[in-house]
Design a protein around this ligand. Structure first.
Ligand code: V47
Length: 736
């Protein structure tokens, strides 16, 4: 097995990263090393350039037949906030953009039950009719498969018709995560991974460029991420056509997976860097600013991204509905500033990554006695930018020796010729000399060579250490976790550091304004240092929780009520069971802090408030089976407990869980009620959480084994009961 250093060296030699090494690198490599390796590869692919475009999205409808767990955008037909644009609406929206400088319209929406291939083609034609010079990047593979299936034609024929209508490229959505088991959990209705890949393969073979994405930061493992990237890399080898890969960070607001929360910025950076390192055959890695937010996008450029997407003009709702910026829009100046802020050169691109050169209209100074004429001036080439500094571990600029100025006489043609010849002669002689010396003194040459390599290594080590520690010009990154953001700001000012507050998160156990995460992170093994003036990104615990509406969830089953509350961003305070003659797990009442909620009560409460539900049970169904919780994250464990009609008594964290982020990553290693045992509905269970992977894995294995043994025993008992029944029936028959 290769060490991290060996893997890094092999990457520096330009070798391809295997999936096994990718998993190790992802888990174990320090963040700075991933950044360095990724930026090295980014520079090989696109030098100092970072791309953006002028674009809008068009989302014709949010009504979707599919019901993905992570989606905050989808509505059902008849929902108050559902929308569908008619073809005229689509055209009107395109007309609004006439005269603007956009070069691309990105069309994506829900899989609408009433839209067929013809409707989708007509939408493209309408947009193209209004904006003939604009490229249309339209429909995810999921939408395309739906319309093609509905039309009963082949993928190739479907793509041909879309292309004929004016589709120039296909966006990367719908890929989510390729691992089949996980896909079945988070988006069971969507097309399979193979089908998604088949659409893109067919498009590439028809010269339709496409993008690809991955939804990360939810419940997927590193192995599943690498598997996803590997499937993309293999398709690109087989049928090239992906222009860009876009890792899409899971945003957690207003969907059924909200409890999971969002991953840290460090994870975002690891994701970007690993994408760049692993996907050596996909030219562009896009940090989609709408999904990531601006600070994270800027940082992503120091981890190998070379595209940030475009101006958007407040035209997409997928991310604002899931918790990102409300009205996403950026001017060209803002996009360019963001890129320059990270030390790169902004380039406006079109859909196919050609640089867009624009002509600027400038009014010339009036000439005497002639009419002032507007002159067309070609915008100057972007000025050569100062060499970008790679954040965290910038490479030192090679120093150019300042030589004393020497006056030289201009050589004549003959002297130049002579010089050339004598140079060539000297070179040949030197070569000959080295060769004959080598032949005569074989062993000595080897010793000299080894000596030289040794010296080179020592110099490299010295330079490496110097860069690593930045002697003489560094500040040790302070530990800001647990401090109030005001204290952090004051401290940073004294130290000459800059504090950037990233999105706040909410944890009811932590006071508002307290720092719960920071980047760069501290290491237990070494002092992390940065240059004066460096930005330290901190995540704080929110002061005020967002207020959410309380839905009326009584008069339905417990499962339906739980789903609805989860969607609304609320949790369960307590399930109170009461006997009933006819039904079990039916919600009869709901209350918050002792106040009963009726269908007409319009109540707003802080996000994550607990609701108490009164639930029925039939006396013959007073027992439920305790679920298996070991190995689960807290959010999943809680949902499972409530779904089984049990209550959470307490959540106990062990010593490996010291901060907010670890709390989200911790998994159940023990549960106070034994799995598979019977328990009275409404009973309480305590969950014990840990971040110790070894502990959790080994206890998960044991609980797996127990679950299998229990299942086997249950089946045997059932078989025995059936056999007994059959024997009784047999006996009764023979008595007759
Ligand atoms: O496939 C939906 C994702 C995608 C959430 O090709 C979510 O240039 C995070 O693919 N949290 C659609 N992600 C958007 C997309 C895209 C966006 C920008 C550029 C391009 C391109 C493609 O959005 C979906 C899904 O993976 N998504 N909900 C969420 N809650």
């Amino acid at each position: 097995m290769m060490s991290i250093n060996q893997i890094a060296d092999s990457l520096r030699r330009g070798e391809r990263l295997s999936t096994t090494d990718a998993i190790r690198l992802w888990r174990e490599a320090p963040l700075w090393l991933l950044g360095e390796l990724a930026v090295e590869r980014k520079r090989q692919a696109s030098g100092d350039e970072v791309y953006y475009n002028r674009n809008i999205h068009l989302e014709p409808s949010n009504i979707c037949l599919f019901n993905c767990e992570f989606c905050s955008f989808r509505r059902r037909e008849g929902d108050a906030d559902a929308w569908t644009m008619s073809l005229d609406d689509v055209e009107a929206r395109a007309r609004e953009m006439q005269g603007s400088d956009i070069t691309e319209v990105h069309i994506v929406g829900g899989v609408h039950p009433k839209h067929d291939l013809e409707t989708y083609c007509a939408m493209i034609r309408r947009v193209k009719g209004a904006l003939p010079d604009v490229a249309i990047k339209a429909y995810t593979a999921v939408e395309i498969l739906y319309m093609i299936r509905r039309a009963g034609i082949s993928i190739v024929e479907g793509l041909r018709r879309l292309k004929e209508a004016g589709m120039e490229a296909i966006p990367g959505g719908g890929a989510e995560i390729f691992d089949e088991a996980l896909r079945a959990k988070i988006c069971p209705d969507k097309c399979s991974s193979e089908e998604w890949l088949a659409v893109h393969r067919a498009a590439h073979n028809m010269d339709i460029p496409t993008n690809c994405t991955m939804l990360y930061g939810h419940i997927e493992t590193i192995e599943q991420r690498v598997d996803h990237l590997d499937r993309l890399r293999r398709l690109q080898d087989e049928a090239p056509g992906f222009d860009a890969f876009i890792p899409l960070k899971y945003r957690s607001r207003n969907n059924r997976m909200s409890e999971i929360g969002e991953c840290s910025v460090e994870e975002d950076m690891r994701m970007i860097a690993m994408s760049r390192i692993f996907l050596d055959n996909i030219p562009h890695i896009k940090a989609y600013w709408v999904a990531n937010g601006k600070p994270t996008t800027e940082m992503a450029l120091a981890f190998g991204a070379d595209d940030i997407d475009g101006t958007i003009d407040d035209s997409t709702k997928i991310y604002s509905m899931a918790g990102a910026d409300e009205k996403p829009s950026m001017s060209v100046a803002e996009l360019e500033d963001l890129v320059r802020g990270a030390g790169f050169v902004p380039i406006e691109r079109d859909t196919h990554y050609n640089a867009v050169v624009r002509e600027k209209r400038v009014v010339a100074a009036p000439k005497p006695k002639t009419e002032p004429q507007p002159v067309v001036v070609v915008a100057p080439e972007p000025k050569p930018e100062p060499k970008p500094e790679v954040k965290f571990e910038p490479k030192p600029e090679p120093k150019v020796e300042q030589k004393p100025e020497v006056k030289v006489e201009q050589p004549t043609k003959e002297t130049k010729e002579k010089e050339k010849k004598s140079m060539a002669k000297t070179k040949a002689k030197a070569k000959e000399g080295v060769k004959s010396f080598y032949e005569r003194h074989h062993i000595i040459s080897h010793i000299i060579l080894i000596g030289l390599v040794g010296i080179a290594l020592i110099i490299a080590l010295y330079i490496g250490l110097k860069i690593g520690t930045r002697h003489g010009n560094t500040i040790a990154v302070p530990n800001y976790l647990g401090m109030s953001v005001d204290d952090v700001r004051a401290h940073a000012k004294r130290e000459g550091l800059e504090i950037v507050v990233r999105d706040s998160v909410f944890d009811s156990d932590v006071a508002g304004g307290v720092v719960v995460d920071q980047l760069p992170k501290l290491s237990t093994k070494r002092t992390v240092t940065v240059k004066p003036g460096r930005k330290i990104y901190v995540t704080i615990n929110a002061y005020n929780r967002r207020m959410v509406d309380v839905p009326y969830v009584a008069k339905q089953t417990l499962r339906q009520a739980l789903n609805q509350l989860e969607r609304a961003g609320l949790t369960i305070e307590k399930l109170n069971y009461e006997p009933n003659l006819t039904s079990t797990d039916y919600v009869v009442r709901q209350s918050i802090e002792g106040r009963e909620i009726s269908p007409s009560t319009a109540t707003k409460v802080p996000f994550a408030t607990g609701v108490t539900l009164s639930v029925t049970y039939r006396r013959d169904e007073q027992y439920t089976v305790v679920p298996r919780l070991v190995g689960m994250r807290l959010s999943q464990a809680k949902s499972t407990v409530w779904d089984r009609g049990l209550n959470i008594k307490e959540v106990v964290y062990d010593a490996t869980v010291t901060d907010f982020k670890q709390r989200r990553e911790a998994k159940v290693y023990k549960q106070s009620l034994h799995q598979s045992a019977g328990a009275q509905r409404g009973s309480e269970i305590t969950l014990y959480m840990s971040c110790d992977k070894h502990l959790v894995d080994s206890l998960t294995k044991i609980s797996d084994r127990d679950a299998r043994a229990y299942e086997k025993k249950r089946r045997e008992e059932e078989a025995q009961r059936e056999a007994e029944l059959a024997a009784e029936e047999e006996a009764a028959k023979s008595e007759e």
